[in-house]
Design a protein around this ligand. Structure first.
Ligand code: BG6
Length: 478
């Protein structure tokens, strides 16, 4: 049994499920600009992760000939009632979803709140409450309004801090009576690795790309702190979390140079973010990194004060796989936002993500030891090219195996004494893949009849993993 009040649920994000991209006032987002490109080599999608000005122009000039998967999502906008009921029927008690900024303040800087947008999210919460699902709300999940890119050049512009906090403040106030757990930014470390979707930065437009990315990140840290401040004023019991793409990595071997290199990589890609938001300061190793790499961040003392005074209440992260580092930098393995080395002891998914359930236990122990803040697994799951059989079943035994192993290690971590209060599987229902834009990279426990080009009935079918999870929750949730 999991501890009493343990949260177990499913998570989705607005751009990957909602669709209805131009309905009821919503303006265009960066996610709406990603058109479908066939993934020739699923284990190397670097090309898909970067968005150049050429690609954006191409998208806008050829709108009618191209297919934009995130404009369609899985039509959750119209089917949320059916979907939330299916999710609740599994026996889950939590639902993580994100709010789309461009549905709430479509014009961004005129302050006009779109009531239809507010109503949509209130309706989602109403369904959650009907089925006793605790809503966990992400305020920004890879769908920056495109106007922020056009007018302000993305998050590197300090003006975006106040625009975001204005939006966040509307959301916090409107939903204050129904939501306790908030995540201002999804995978905030993605700002360095997928700069366009996370921060609205177009790589070829920057003279010093790394500096622009860290400036954007700094501005997001300030916005995060301001959001926490606003939230605590509304309700001091609100629980505010950070969220990272957790890249747990091992050193390739015990060669001290490799061990040191791995530590430095982990600091830069992972610990830095937790250190800053949990301890409220830029860690010294990062200040050194900025000097060594000619990165000058514009900030003033008041921003640093703000970061120091408004720290997170909990740590959350996505965990899919682990990686390996060595000085050889033989980066042949695709690993969510990163490219890493292969681990000879692990199997990998079709997309090259290295499956490592014990890594989850290691991660939980490590983060608890370092920060002593409650932990929350905001995403865990596996992308598989599931097939709908003739008899309308989906035999996703590999997913069952993946989930079973990870949940076992989660329990082991709890037995180790780690304070973890929730687990969200990504995803309860098939969604459009974030990085590869495919439908065929399916994460769901519920199958959606829709292909990479948007064809299909969109009908929902329960996979074998759905029934497995239902049974699992019956036996493990108090
Ligand atoms: C995380 C994101 O990076 O990983 C999700 O928060 C995403 O939005 C998930 O779906 C899996 O990545 P992908 O690219 O396979 O969808």
């Amino acid at each position: 049994m999991f501890p009493k009040n343990f949260l177990i649920g499913g998570g989705v994000s607005a751009p990957q499920v909602e669709g209805a991209y131009n309905i009821n006032g919503k303006s265009l987002t960066v996610a709406d600009l990603k058109y479908f490109e066939d993934v020739k080599n699923r284990k190397d999608i670097t090309n898909l992760k970067t968005t150049s000005s050429k690609k954006i122009d191409y998208a806008l000039q050829n709108e009618s000939d191209l297919y934009f998967p995130k404009r369609e999502g899985i039509d959750f906008y119209h089917r949320y009632k059916e979907d939330i009921k299916l999710i609740a029927d599994m026996g889950m008690n939590a639902f993580r979803f994100s709010i789309s900024w461009s549905r709430i303040i479509p014009n961004i800087d005129d302050g006009k709140v779109c009531q239809k947008g507010i109503k949509f999210y209130k309706n989602i919460i109403k369904e959650c409450k009907k089925f006793n699902l605790e809503p966990i709300v992400t305020i920004s999940h890879f769908d920056l309004p495109y106007k922020i890119v056009q007018k302000y050049g993305g998050w590197k512009n300090k003006k975006v801090i106040s625009l975001f906090t204005e939006y966040a403040s509307v959301v916090l106030n409107e939903l204050k009576d129904f939501v306790k757990y908030w995540i201002p930014f999804n995978e905030i470390n993605a700002t360095i690795f997928t700069t366009f979707v996370s921060a609205g930065i177009i790589a070829d437009k920057e003279d010093n790309l790394l500096e622009s990315c860290y400036q954007a990140l700094h501005n997001q840290f300030v916005a995060n702190a301001k959001t926490i401040k606003i939230a605590k004023k509304i309700n001091k019991d609100f629980q505010m979390g950070c969220m990272l793409a957790q890249a747990t990595c091992y050193s390739l071997d015990c060669k001290p140079e490799n061990v040191l290199y791995n530590l430095k990589e982990q600091e830069k890609k992972v610990y830095f973010y937790y250190d800053l938001m949990a301890k409220g300061e830029y860690p010294t190793y990062m200040l050194k990194y900025f000097i060594d790499n000619n990165i000058n961040i514009a900030f003033d003392e008041s921003e640093l004060e703000l970061i120091k005074e408004n720290k997170i209440d909990f740590i959350s992260f996505s965990y899919y796989m682990s990686g390996v580092n060595s000085l050889n930098k033989n980066l042949t393995s695709e690993a969510n936002l990163f490219k890493l080395e292969k681990n000879p002891y692990l199997n990998e998914s079709e997309w090259g993500w290295q499956i490592d359930s014990i890594g989850l236990r290691i991660t939980l122990n490590d983060l608890w030891d370092r920060y002593k803040l409650p932990l929350f697994i905001a995403e865990n799951g596996i992308g598989i090219n599931d097939k709908l059989e003739k008899d309308l079943t989906i035999k996703d035994d590999r997913r069952i195996n993946y989930l079973e192993l990870h949940l076992k290690e989660l329990k082991n971590a709890i037995n180790d004494g780690v304070n973890v209060f929730g687990y969200i599987t990504w995803t309860p229902i098939d969604v459009v893949s974030s990085a590869s834009n495919e439908m065929s990279k399916r994460y769901g426990l519920i199958y959606v009849d829709q292909d990479d080009n948007g064809n299909g009935s969109k009908k929902r079918y329960k996979k074998n993993s759905y029934y497995w999870f239902q049974k699992y929750l019956k036996n493990h949730l108090q």
